[in-house]
Design a protein around this ligand. Structure first.
Ligand SMILES: Cc1ncc(COP(=O)(O)O)c(C=O)c1O
Length: 364
């Protein structure tokens, strides 16, 4: 007698909203000049990479990471300029920390749902995680020149009483830093936490870290990704120890592996190498911006980050044309009405930027 075929589980064991979602798409960049994901284009210098390899070879892979890598966190806090009396928490990229903070605030019992608010367009994961955690996401459109609409923000905060406000500073994908006075007003008014996401700090060199001392509702979020360590997946959130203590309860044990911890610990001793790379990227950003301004039919926006948003007449044709010439940028033109016609290019090496400019010039 043949065995009964294995019973298939019902597809609806998976939540309807999850089944309706699409996974975060990372395009295949094989063989392309990769200018789509705001990575630092420079590898570690060979000698440093060799030393790092030696250091990593001594890491005990058979052991879990320490429950609290206190010594590393102290060193990172010092490098980051964390105010005395404030605390720092590590995440598997700042993505994980965004998710943990939202999870910690997402009340099941809030009438109409817990509100997560952000000016839009902005970094998509604030909305993705908010929705996944059953929160209501309120996006407040920026002005046409990508500034904060102060009146609309005040009105939305008063109306929706958000548990969390996310501000990317500089903003992704627009590249600008919002006016500090507008953010001070949000910090004065918001009834919950205000997360200022400084992912692009190495290129903006403008921080809210000192304000932690006098702003109990402020969380400063950072990452090592844009500084040249995107593959490590290491982000950190800085805030009052009471908030960090709550978020920490939701952190999966051992969320940061021994290799990223050891690599970051080693690289803290060589931070100036990464800072010098960021300085080259800032100089290249200025060169790229003026070259883009000189192209007809291309309207770039100022940037304090390591990418530049630019508007063109035919974004889909240009995006495909750039791909055809071996260059991958990000087509954001369909993602928000304010971004109509826009592509985003990450600042690459001087050679990569030249190749991009040459291809764009030939196409536009
Ligand atoms: C504003 C902003 N925050 C956070 C992140 C995520 O960074 P991480 O690599 O630390 O998860 C990004 C990535 O592009 C970003 O643009």
């Amino acid at each position: 007698m043949s065995a009964a075929p294995p019973r298939k589980p019902r597809p609806d064991v998976i939540r309807d909203d999850v089944r309706a979602m699409r996974a975060y798409a990372v395009p295949d960049s094989t063989g392309l000049i990769k200018l789509d994901a705001m990575e630092n284009p420079f590898p570690l210098p060979a000698e440093l990479a060799r030393e790092l390899g030696e250091r990593l070879s001594r890491v005990a892979l058979n052991r879990y990471p320490p429950a609290d890598p206190a010594r590393f966190k102290r060193r990172l806090a010092e490098a980051a300029g964390l105010a005395p009396g404030k605390a720092l928490m590590l995440g598997n990229g700042s993505d994980e920390l965004i998710h943990l903070m939202i999870q910690a605030c997402a009340r099941q019992d809030a009438p109409g749902g817990t509100v997560v608010l952000a000016p839009t367009p902005t970094f998509v994961m604030y909305e993705v995680f908010a929705r996944l955690d059953g929160c209501r996401f309120v996006g407040v459109p920026l002005t046409a020149d990508f500034g904060l609409d102060g009146a609309a923000m005040r009105q939305a905060i008063a109306q929706h009483r958000p548990a969390l406000v996310f501000i990317a500073y500089p903003n992704n994908p627009t590249g600008n830093c919002f006016a500090r006075a507008e953010l001070e007003a949000i910090l004065d008014q918001a009834p919950g936490l205000v997360v200022i996401d400084e992912a692009y700090l190495p290129f903006a060199q403008d921080t809210w870290m000192p304000q932690l001392a006098e702003r109990p509702s402020l969380v400063v979020l950072r990452t090592l990704s844009k500084l040249g360590l995107a593959g490590l997946r290491l982000g950190y959130a800085c805030a009052d120890p009471a908030w960090i203590g709550e978020f920490d309860k939701l952190r999966p044990p051992y969320n940061v592996g021994v290799l990223p911890l050891a690599a970051a610990d080693f690289l803290l001793d060589h931070f100036q190498v990464l800072q010098q790379q960021a300085a080259v990227i800032r100089a290249e950003r200025a060169r790229l911006l003026s070259a883009l301004r000189a192209l007809t039919g291309v309207a770039p926006f100022d940037s304090a980050a390591n990418f530049i948003l630019f508007r063109v007449g035919e974004p889909d044709r240009l995006f495909a044309g750039l791909c055809g010439r071996g260059i991958l940028v990000k087509n954001v033109s369909g993602s928000h009405p304010l971004l109509a016609g826009c592509l985003r290019v990450t600042v690459g090496t001087p050679q990569e930027n030249d190749a991009f400019l040459q291809a764009l010039g030939a196409l536009s």
